[in-house]
Design a protein around this ligand. Sequence first.
Ligand SMILES: Nc1ncnc2c1ncn2[C@@H]1O[C@H](COP(=O)(O)OP(=O)(O)OP(=O)(O)O)[C@@H](O)[C@H]1O
Ligand SMILES: [Mg+2]
Length: 140
Amino acid sequence: MQKFLSKSYIETENIASKLAQTLKGTEIIAMFGGLGAGKTAFTRGLARGLGIDDGVSSPTFALVHEYDGKYPVYHFDMYRINSFDDLYTTGFFFFFYNGIMVIEWSENIENALPDDCIKIYIKHISENEREIIIEGADTI
Ligand SMILES: Nc1ncnc2c1ncn2[C@@H]1O[C@H](COP(=O)(O)OP(=O)(O)OP(=O)(O)O)[C@@H](O)[C@H]1O
Ligand SMILES: [Mg+2]
């Protein structure tokens, strides 16, 4: 377990960008943390670390956005998913190990996550501070 205190949006991006340097290309990264915690910020940094410089936004309506960098990145938002059937019909499982999956609102699909996934917990501390816990990843 690795723990950080981020004091700004850019610091959150930078932590994620460092994590990106440790990835091999098939990781499943599950993010937890409520509304406005910084999950999209973290995804932006991760994408930047893989050479993807823009176009990252919450895929709330599209469910998944695909980006192409050093590895393919599949950015999911599970905010509206609340059953296994919903998840299954999105084709979620076909993405497994075909690229890096980054998943916002993993709370909603926790039972469908593989044991070897990387978990990111983002906790709101104050207006500009977030505690970020990374589990299951190499040291960044
Ligand atoms: N240390 C910080 N790290 C990340 N974001 C921060 C930080 N401090 C303040 N913020 C603010 O918190 C918000 C985070 O927004 P972001 O879209 O990344 O959250 P989210 O978890 O994806 O939200 P949602 O649940 O709506 O998808 C932004 O408005 C950002 O400016
Ligand atoms: Mg978001």
